[in-house]
Ligand binder design. Structure first.
Ligand code: ADP
Length: 269
């Protein structure tokens, strides 16, 4: 792994840390090691994207990080705490919004759901946090509707609002914009920038889309090889705020995209 492209100094206890993660599916003759030896840190208020070709094990990695699946070896930390199951300080946004929202609940109730039973939050605070989160994703007038009355892009906004209202230490996103059209995808990328700015969030986002990873990230982790490991961690020192046209027209953006594409291409069998 080469880390030489990181120009900024990243210090302190990482918000999220993966140390020597490995994952083998199956046992005996059918065993298949998907993840080799994966280590990286994500620091407070960073947006880090993980890219790699389809089948590289990105979803497997995210599920191990989220405590949704045990790894075969290695450790995940949120701050100083070892992850042994789904951590209370983490939220996950999945690609398939239609399966992550409860169709029988209103949009407002969907966003409030993870806050129910959370100690120290009254019903009034829960309502207000959900309302503010819906406003931050541009859905201030949709709280009384049901998810099935909304477009796919709007449903994914509800899923993002639910994660934001929860105020997690780390937000994990698994190919969150892969199921929407190109224009909606751009809108949701910009929304990710704006909620990160507004809430000061730490985000780890998995995508197969190299352009998206450069547009969103402070650093891009490129996965490679069989079994998969980290081939390079690329610093993205593009100015903020980023803009779909202006940022993507810069020489720096094109160079970063080409560099990462080269890394990913080299890994294809
Ligand atoms: P990506 O998200 O990069 O497309 P995945 O993590 O979904 O990759 O899958 C990586 C590899 O692991 C694939 O070859 C897939 O078939 C295999 N895999 C994923 N889940 C399982 C499972 N539950 N059991 C066995 N193999 C699996």
């Amino acid at each position: 792994m080469t880390d030489t492209t990181i120009k900024r100094s990243l210090t302190g206890v990482p918000a999220l840390s993966a140390q020597g993660l490995a994952k083998t599916y199956g046992t005996g003759a059918t065993a298949r090691t998907v993840l080799g030896n994966i280590s990286f840190d994500v620091y407070d208020r960073e947006t880090v994207c993980i890219v790699g070709p389809s089948g590289a094990g990105k979803t497997t990695l995210l599920r191990c990080l989220a405590g949704l699946m045990p790894s075969t070896a290695g450790t995940v930390f949120i701050g100083d705490d070892k992850v042994v199951g789904p951590p209370s300080r983490m939220a996950v946004v999945f690609q398939d919004y239609s399966r992550s929202l409860m169709p029988w609940l209103t949009v407002q109730a969907n966003v409030e759901l993870p806050l129910r039973g959370r100690p120290g939050i009254s019903a009034a605070q829960r309502r207000e946090r959900a309302r503010a989160a819906l406003a931050s994703v541009g859905l201030e007038n949709s709280g009384s509707q049901h998810p099935w009355q909304l477009s796919g892009g709007m449903q994914q906004r509800v899923a993002i609002a639910r994660a934001v209202a929860y105020e997690p230490a780390v937000l994990l996103m698994d190919e969150p914009f892969a199921s929407v059209d190109a224009q909606t995808r751009s809108d949701l990328e910009d929304l990710t920038h704006s909620i990160k700015e507004k809430y000061g969030m730490t985000i780890l986002l998995v995508t197969h889309d190299i352009e998206e990873s450069v547009y969103l990230a402070d650093r891009v982790i490129v996965l490679s090889g069989t079994p998969t490991s980290v081939s390079e961690i690329v610093a993205v020192d593009l100015a903020h705020p980023r803009d779909q046209v202006a940022t993507k027209s810069t020489r720096e953006f094109a160079d970063l995209r080409a560099h990462i594409l080269g890394l990913v291409r080299r890994q294809q069998p």
